[in-house]
Design a protein around this ligand. Structure first.
Ligand code: CIZ
Length: 347
């Protein structure tokens, strides 16, 4: 076996990743089926709506589906949560997702298995520093990505997700608006290249997507020359330039269904393979490499904060409802952040 074949079979073959993350391999994973059943019945016996992001561990996504909840991107999660009557909305994802859900459903009790699950984009764009950036560049329309705190959203004119960023910036450009963009620089540059917009871009990045590298990709392409490449726009330009499809999580899943390829190399968080494989059961999915040969990855294509949404923490929440798991957003901040969020929803 060559080094690259070994890499692909041991690390990137998604079917075995999913198998070990799901019930087929509970023993190996030391996940005990009675704990899963207990968590499911705790959900079903209480007034709960559970929503999970594509990037959380497959087991949590499966529990979400099995109990009538919803798996999707941050916007879809918040929309689904807001459309349900349940008093308790549990968000398995990262903190900005919990905040957005609370802002859109202020009357609900919003919970997360841990509020410590954050995001490198959110961490890298503090309220104080971002305010300085905006103040020193007056007259620009402030567009922030969903992956920001409520405090940063409260300073923005618009919030966007990666699925609608290009369309919104195109629209602003037709109105001759110049833009402040935050926090992801790769997504920002991607949007700027496509639209030609006048954008000042904050210097943030996602720890998962930033690690995708083209070197090993070329090796993998030698093994599967017919493979299509699906790339999230938070990834480096070198990946975006050679992609067959670039898009948000939901758009990449759609691309896997629509494109004719039978094999895809996928550059986004590994958690997505659970839903993607469901949609294209007969296609081969391969995780894009995260470093040059011989390197060691830090995130290894899976967000360390997303994986904090584990079974033990979920069970603890469902039994104890600890106050430290409840999402609270200051009401004045929520009022301000709702304005650009609402604009996004109406766009
Ligand atoms: O907004 C989301 O859910 C994220 C983090 C990514 C995406 O592309 O959907």
């Amino acid at each position: 076996m060559t080094i690259i074949e070994d890499y692909v079979s041991s690390r990137s073959e998604i079917k075995s990743y999913l198998a070990s993350a799901l019930s087929e391999n509970f023993e190996k994973q030391k996940v005990n089926t009675s704990l899963v059943d207990e968590v499911k019945s705790l959900i079903l016996s209480q007034d709960i709506c559970l929503v999970s992001h594509y990037y959380v561990d497959p087991l949590i996504q499966k529990i979400t589906e099995d109990t009538g909840g919803f798996v999707g991107d941050s916007l879809e999660m918040a929309r689904f949560g807001a459309s349900r009557d349940s008093r308790n909305l549990i968000v398995c994802g990262v903190s900005f997702m919990g905040e957005t859900a609370k802002i859109l459903s202020p009357e609900k009790l919003v919970w997360m298995p841990t509020l410590e699950a954050t995001c490198s984009l959110d961490l890298g764009c503090s309220e104080k520093e971002f305010k300085k950036f905006c103040d020193s560049n007056p007259g620009r329309t402030v567009v922030v990505y969903a992956n920001t705190s409520a405090a940063v959203k409260a300073m923005a004119d618009w919030v966007v997700t990666s699925s609608m960023a290009v369309d919104l910036v195109e629209y602003l450009t037709t109105r001759n608006e110049s833009i402040i963009w935050a926090p992801d620089r790769y997504l920002g540059r991607y949007v700027k290249n496509l639209t030609g917009a006048d954008m000042l871009i904050w210097d943030g990045a996602c720890v998962v997507h930033e690690e995708f590298r083209i070197n090993d990709l070329e090796q993998i392409k030698k093994l599967w020359p017919e493979a299509g490449l699906l790339v999230h726009p938070e990834s480096p330009e070198e990946m975006i330039q050679v992609a067959d499809a670039v898009g948000s999580t939901s758009q990449l899943i759609l691309a896997a269904e629509k494109l004719p390829h039978n094999t895809f190399i996928v550059a986004t968080d590994k958690g997505i393979f659970y839903k993607m494989q469901q949609k294209v059961p007969s296609k081969r999915l391969i995780a894009a490499p995260t470093r040059g040969e011989g390197g060691t990855c830090q995130s290894c294509a899976h967000c360390p904060w997303m994986s904090m949404n584990n079974l033990d923490r979920l069970k603890n929440l469902l039994i104890n409802w600890p106050i430290y798991c409840q999402v609270k957003v200051n009401s004045e901040l929520a009022r301000k952040a709702l304005i650009p969020l609402q604009r996004m929803l109406n766009f």
